[in-house]
Ligand binder design. Structure first.
Ligand code: SAH
Length: 340
């Protein structure tokens, strides 16, 4: 029988404990970690004997690439398949001289946001930390091996399929393993987690490393927001902001507020005024995302002029605002277009 526990679930301490229990030196853990996570830079291979011991106790497999689509703008979308045949999408997005990997945290999503393609699938299952880490390793290897790009290690955004805080324990475990200095050595500020406002998960954020936090705000009004994000009925803005205000932010850290812009719905003067009231005194950066249509979607993307106009309204109100450029929409790899 193949073991169910993946080697990629282990922290370095857990690996040491395993080695210890098998009468092996815990020092081997650094060689093993370097081999697992720094494939092309390892100094010393793992011996056959150790490999076979690991193979008997853990699954050593990574997700399989079932499909690759490449956009004209350099974005690469993968369909990654796990051992049980379920799959998610993972996206590599070029950003200046670096890439960002957009990781999925669940197969499907339970949030049912009315503007999101993934939401139409419903939730199939949570991903394990090893499956989250696996997406990163496979995408980073592809970048180096297939595209021959020896760029810096990609940044990470938890903005693929799923609500990361609905699976917060596995996401936290993945973050901690990816930060391990002998492994991927990711810095917390190289990772951004975006949430639809899942309150039980937001309450746990102070236990997370100091990663960047983004909230999908989309409207400063509860009645409009709950149309867009149904969980807002249970977790309204007042409750979300009470938690966010309690987060221990670093000196120059802002919370990013994603603002999906939909033609005629949330791009009005009163929206800008209310956003000023809500965010004016907070450490906030607004990221406008023009709506990306998908097959069967009911909303309209505003024209570029309207997007620019709304941005200007926010800037006039002294709100730090950016427009997120749409990447990969020709291959349905942009925000909200992911489906397996
Ligand atoms: N579950 C997380 C991550 C979702 S994806 C969250 O809700 O924050 C990242 C961003 O893309 C979110 O802000 C999400 O609301 C947005 N998004 C979803 N569908 C979209 C669409 N069709 N067009 C543009 N942005 C979309």
């Amino acid at each position: 029988m193949t073991p169910v526990k993946s080697i990629y679930e282990l922290s370095i301490e857990e690996l040491k404990a395993f080695l210890n229990a098998n009468n092996l030196s815990p020092d081997l853990s650094s060689t093993i970690f370097r081999n697992l996570y720094k494939k092309n830079k390892h100094e010393q291979p793992i011996s056959k004997k150790i490999m076979s011991l690991l193979g008997k106790n853990f699954s050593l497999t990574l997700p399989k690439i079932a499909l690759v689509s490449k956009s004209d703008d350099g974005t690469v979308k993968f369909l990654m398949e796990f051992n049980d045949g379920k799959s998610v999408e993972t996206v590599l997005i070029p950003f200046h001289k670096r890439f960002t990997v957009c990781l999925s945290s669940q197969v499907g999503c339970a949030m049912k946001c009315s503007f999101c393609y993934t939401g139409t699938m419903g939730l199939s299952r949570h991903l394990k930390s090893s499956e989250i880490i696996g997406q990163f390793i496979v995408a980073a290897n592809y970048l180096e091996e297939e595209l021959g790009m020896k760029t810096m290690q990609p940044n990470i955004v938890f903005m693929g399929q799923g609500e990361p805080l609905h699976n917060s324990d596995e996401v936290l475990k993945a973050i901690e393993v990816m930060m391990e200095p002998l492994g991927l050595c990711m810095g917390p500020r190289q990772m951004t987690l975006s949430t639809a406002g899942y309150l039980p998960g937001i309450k746990k954020l102070n236990n997370f490393p100091k990663i960047n936090i983004a909230l999908s705000l989309h409207s400063p009004f509860n009645d409009i927001r709950k149309e867009l994000i149904p969980i807002n009925q249970h977790f309204p803005l007042e409750d979300i902001f009470r938690e966010l205000d309690g987060l221990d932010l670093m000196k120059r850290q802002f919370i990013v507020y994603e603002y999906l812009l939909i033609d005629g719905l949330n791009d009005r003067l009163e929206d800008a005024n209310e956003l000023e009231k809500l965010l004016g005194d907070r450490k906030a950066a607004i990221n406008i995302i023009p709506f990306n249509p998908f097959p069967g979607s009911k909303y309209k993307r505003p024209s570029e002029e309207k997007v620019e106009l709304f941005k200007e309204m926010l800037v006039e109100r002294k709100l730090r605002t950016m427009i997120r450029t749409t990447k990969g929409s020709d291959i349905l790899a942009a925000c909200g277009q992911l489906k397996s």
